[in-house]
Design a protein. Structure first.
Length: 131
C-alpha cells in the first residue's frame, strides 16, 4: 500500500516566511538562552559574597526567573518550529488521502451502505478497476 501517493498536476506553493524563520530558529534559540544566562552570571559575579539572607533570597529568585524565561523561550521556539513544519507540509504537493465515494448533500444516499459495499468501493477506488 502506497501511503504517500502524489496527486497528478499538483505542485508546490512558493515558499514564504516559514523558511526564513526555520533558518533563523537555531540562532534565535541560542541567543534566547545565552543572553538571560549571561545576565544571570553577571548578576552572580557582582553580588556580594557575604550577602544577607534577604539578598540571597533575591538572588535565588533571580535564578528562578531566568530559568522560567529560558524554558518559556524554548517552548516558544518549539511552537514556531512546529508551525513552520506544518506550513511547509501544507505548501508541498497534494497527496491522495481517503479515496472513497462520499454522499453529498445535493444527492443523499437513500439507504445506508453495507460493510461489503463499502469494502468493494474502497477496493475499486484503490486499484481503479472492479474486483
Amino acid at each position: 500500500m502506497n501511503w504517500l501517493q502524489q496527486l497528478p498536476r499538483t505542485g508546490r506553493a512558493a515558499s514564504g516566511l516559514e523558511w526564513t524563520l526555520w533558518r533563523k530558529l537555531p540562532l534565535i534559540a541560542l541567543l534566547g538562552t545565552a543572553l538571560p544566562l549571561l545576565g544571570l552570571g553577571l548578576l552572580h559575579l557582582l553580588a556580594d559574597p557575604e550577602a544577607s539572607a534577604a539578598q540571597a533570597r533575591w538572588l535565588q529568585m533571580a535564578d528562578y526567573i531566568v530559568l522560567g524565561m529560558v524554558v518559556f523561550h524554548w517552548a516558544m521556539v518549539l511552537t514556531v518550529a512546529i508551525g513552520c513544519v506544518i506550513v511547509m507540509v501544507m505548501k508541498g504537493p497534494g497527496y491522495v488521502a481517503d479515496g472513497y465515494p462520499v454522499s453529498h448533500s445535493d444527492r443523499p444516499r437513500e439507504t445506508q451502505q453495507t460493510d461489503e459495499e463499502a469494502a468493494s468501493a474502497r477496493a475499486y477506488s484503490a486499484t481503479g478497476r472492479p474486483e
